[in-house]
Design a binder for this molecule. Structure first.
Ligand SMILES: O=C(O)C1=C[C@@H](OP(=O)(O)O)[C@@H](O)[C@H](O)C1
Ligand SMILES: C=C(OP(=O)(O)O)C(=O)O
Length: 417
């Protein structure tokens, strides 16, 4: 079985293509949990082919909630599935062993588990305190409706609680402590809940959801803006580009739609028409020096690699959560950028690129550290370097399984080895 992929782009670096992106895994994984909680009242349209969504869908449709045997639930590398299921399983009738990959066992869950325990949930850490795997014994007998929760580690803990809130006998009042990271994802959760009839009250740092019933509704999932970011990167590193991404609108629930604004700095225009977005490359000198990515952490690798490849010494803030994602993304970026002579330097909570040593070798090999975004963020370098080898090509399955096929469609030569 081939494991790696060799990428190159022959001739002029001109891209003219149309790419149909799969649905957002963030929207899908919320829609699946909401649909399960609604007991069939809510249906989902445009389900994603992202592995994280396929996994969660499979788990939810195979769960038995009427027996006393311990059921093992394995989410693999899917962070949202791990966090959302921790809350969802806590209110189901059953005994569950919730686990994932070795990396998942290093991604913290204590803040969420302790919050659920504080309102009556029964959760035990089976290996290390504060980390998966978990044993969850439901259903939770609610003892309180008030929860304090730290907001600066992962917004997914908050989304997980908000989704089960209306199904709890006493509802929930969440007091968010500290700064809220990845806020657009909490907005997405609340907006999707509103679409299915669940109201909320967000006052300063406190969100309240009363016990309520779901209404019959269909949740339509938009294409994935995080996936779109790789097409913006390709446009930015090309000589000429015109790319149409159907299904994306100017108004999106996904915070990563901010890529349009960010990439405008690199001369990439976004025109919304014919039911999608047209990206076009215009000549432009990049001037913006600071990028704050606290609201869109999944764009970090895309933007950092584009700046590095353009030799643009930018500074990045809001990257605190990157160390606990699919891999330590800060370390992974540092290691891989060194292969083109670029330094990624950590200083007082910000990160600075030093591109003074930038060079493009004939060939580079990029390690991906079980992180889909490492593979997809570095792939556009094939517009600057003769051959880019990306290791462990299957990592892209997590959010964008057809990524390599789409690159081929756009004119890249893609050879599996
Ligand atoms: O809620 C979500 O769908 C997500 C929230 C973000 O995580 P954090 O809140 O942990 O930053 C993001 O990085 C992840 O890919 C998806
Ligand atoms: C961080 C990510 O996903 P998750 O946390 O859901 O594993 C991601 O897709 O970049």
């Amino acid at each position: 079985m081939s494991k790696n992929v060799l990428l190159s782009f022959k001739g002029n670096k001109q891209i003219d293509t149309e790419i149909k992106l799969t649905g957002s895994k963030s929207e899908c994984n919320r829609a699946l949990i909401i649909s399960a909680l609604s007991k069939g009242l809510v249906s989902v349209d445009n389900l994603s082919v992202a592995a994280d969504t396929v996994t969660l869908n499979g788990i939810l449709s195979g769960l038995k909630t009427d027996n006393s045997q311990l059921q093992t639930v394995d989410v693999g590398p899917a962070g949202t599935a791990m966090r959302f299921l921790t809350a969802y399983l806590a209110i189901q009738n059953g005994d569950f062993l919730l686990t994932g990959t070795e990396r998942m066992k290093q991604r913290p869950i204590g803040i969420l588990a302790e919050a659920i325990k504080s309102i009556g949930g029964n959760i035990t850490y089976l290996e290390n305190d504060g980390f998966p795997p978990l044993q969850i014994s439901g259903p939770l007998k609610q003892t309180s409706s008030k929860v304090k929760i730290k907001g600066d580690i992962s917004s997914q803990y908050i989304s997980a609680l908000l989704m089960i809130a209306s199904s709890l006998p006493l509802g929930l009042t969440l007091e968010i402590e500290g700064e809220l990271t990845s806020k657009p994802y909490v907005d997405m959760t609340l907006a999707m809940l509103e679409q299915v009839g669940i109201r909320n009250d967000w006052n300063e740092n406190t969100i309240t959801i009363e016990p309520q019933s779901f209404k019959t509704a269909k949740l339509y999932v938009e294409p994935d803006w995080s996936a779109a970011s790789y097409w913006y990167a390709i446009a930015a590193l090309s000589d000429e580009a015109e790319i149409f991404l159907p299904g994306l609108n100017g108004y999106s629930l996904q915070g990563d739609s901010k890529i349009t604004e960010i990439m405008a700095n690199f001369g990439i225009t976004s025109q919304f028409k014919n039911g999608g977005v047209y990206l076009k490359k215009e000549p432009k000198k990049v001037e913006r020096k600071i990028f704050d990515l606290k609201e869109c952490p999944d764009l970090a690798q895309t933007i950092v690699v584009v700046c590095a490849a353009l030799g643009h010494d930018a500074t990045f803030t809001g990257l605190e959560t990157l160390k606990i994602k699919e891999t330590n993304r800060v370390l992974a970026l540092k290691t891989e950028l060194a292969k083109i002579g670029v330094k990624f330097i950590e200083k007082n909570l910000s990160y600075k690129l030093d591109c003074s040593g930038l060079h493009f070798p004939e060939k580079i090999t990029i390690s991906t550290y079980e992180d889909h975004r490492m593979a997809m963020a570095f792939a556009p370098l094939a517009l600057k370097i003769n051959t880019v080898e990306i290791e462990e090509k299957q990592v892209v399955e997590k959010s964008y399984p057809y990524f390599w096929d789409d690159l081929e469609k756009a004119g890249f030569t893609v050879v599996s080895i």
